[in-house]
Design a protein around this ligand. Structure first.
Ligand SMILES: NC(=O)c1ccc[n+]([C@@H]2O[C@H](COP(=O)([O-])OP(=O)(O)OC[C@H]3O[C@@H](n4cnc5c(N)ncnc54)[C@H](OP(=O)(O)O)[C@@H]3O)[C@@H](O)[C@H]2O)c1
Length: 362
């Protein structure tokens, strides 16, 4: 096998390992590492949870003294600073690794090229960029927070074949199949936060928790945009099962929320909560990605502001007719050329439904 081919093979394995941290690594990035000597994998590791050893350390531990003279394949630049754990660069150098292949640079200010520099200074052959696209996709949330100061926004929409998201009277339970809803719970579990508007809370009284068999001990933050604080005190999202943040207008009339509920007061822009500010604030709280499960009003607002990074659409083979609610409200493109346009990146059949994933074309 050529070197390039085997490099790709090992990096693909490192990406698979990184994916194992999908539900637990946040707010840290998902990282995988493979150590190879004489065409044999001698150590594998991934980052499981913030505060625990990084992927490189776990792989080195498995390899033991065999790590001397090996090549490390890492999906993200190794750290060179003392955080909650010691620098991975030092560990790779001390173990005698002589080549490091890195998929993507880590823009985190304390790393940001320093890891690569540190390894090179120690005489290690460092190559950067193999399967960068895949590695960056894996950490789109972490990278968005570090580079743009705001989380990655993934909007989920469950709709009928004719693009409707609720009946005219607001009922939407359930448009999609039970299997699709199970899939939604997995996405919730992998997200740092779930965002909705007060319209959905009043119509559906959702719990907005990740109900799966997988217990990570990391419940996503429930974020409710409720400018006038209309939320009923008996709403399910005010329970203690998961943390909740209520975002309201600074001048909203005070209501007494339960003491375990966090609140954020935000200035309005044209009488509406400033969505960009909300996202920036969430980024400052270490939120990498936001899973939007809102009605057409909030989804439409996010779209209009260019704040949707990904659409996750579940289509059920059901027709709801033209009186039912649309997918997005208050978006009126002046021409087809000016209409929001997306690139389809994935199609998955789930039971009777189809799940489509789109990225906006800017
Ligand atoms: N099919 C699906 O995937 C799906 C998912 C969720 C919900 N739904 C359905 O959607 C319906 C509710 O839809 P909806 O559109 O009324 O509710 P929504 O989009 O969840 O919430 C809209 C409300 O959020 C508040 N809000 C605060 N800041 C905002 C901003 N910057 N931009 C937009 N809204 C902001 C506004 O109320 P204030 O001005 O009072 O703050 C607004 O009326 C329900 O029938 C529900 O079943 C369907």
């Amino acid at each position: 096998m050529s070197n390039t081919l085997s490099d790709e093979l090992y990096m693909r394995r490192a990406l698979e390992l990184a994916e194992k941290g999908r539900y637990t690594a946040r707010p840290n990035p998902k990282v995988g590492c493979v150590l190879v000597r004489e065409n044999t994998i001698i150590g594998e590791g991934w980052h499981i949870r913030a505060g625990t050893p990084h992927a490189e350390i776990n792989a080195l531990y498995q390899a033991g003294s065999l790590a001397h003279g090996s090549t490390a394949y890492v999906t993200l630049e190794p750290c060179a600073h003392h955080g909650k754990t010691p620098p991975c660069c030092d560990a790779l150098i001390n173990a005698g690794v002589n080549r490091v292949v890195i998929a993507s640079e880590d823009p985190y200010p304390q790393v940001n090229g320093k890891g690569i520099e540190c390894l090179r200074k120690a005489g290690i052959n460092v190559e950067v960029g193999l399967m960068r696209k895949e590695a960056e996709e894996l950490n789109c949330g972490f990278l968005s927070r570090v580079r743009r100061g705001r989380p990655w926004v993934r909007a989920k929409i469950g709709m009928s074949l004719d693009g409707r998201t609720a009946l005219a009277d607001g009922r939407s339970k359930w448009i999609t199949s039970a299997k699709s809803r199970e899939d939604v719970h997995q996405w919730r579990l992998s997200s740092c936060a779930i965002l909705t508007g007060i319209g959905t809370v009043l119509a559906d009284n959702p719990q907005l928790t990740a109900r799966t068999s997988h217990d990570t001990g990391l419940a996503p933050l429930r974020v409710i945009l409720d400018s006038q604080l209309r939320i009923p005190l008996e709403a399910n999202v005010l329970d203690k099962i998961a943390p909740t943040l209520i975002v309201h207008r600074s001048e909203a009339e005070e209501i007494k929320l339960p003491s375990h509920i966090n609140r954020m007061s935000i200035d309005t822009c044209n009488n509406q909560i400033n969505l960009k500010k909300v996202l920036e604030d969430l980024g400052n709280r270490g939120i990498n990605d936001v899973f939007v499960e809102a009605g057409s009003v909030l989804t439409g607002s996010l779209l209009k502001k260019g704040l949707i990074d990904e659409l996750l659409v579940y289509i059920s083979p059901r027709l709801l007719g033209d009186q039912a609610r649309p997918m997005i409200a208050n978006v009126y493109p002046e021409s087809l050329e000016l209409s929001p346009y997306f690139k389809l990146v994935e199609i998955v059949q789930i039971d009777t439904d189809i799940r489509l994933r789109f990225l906006p074309i800017s």
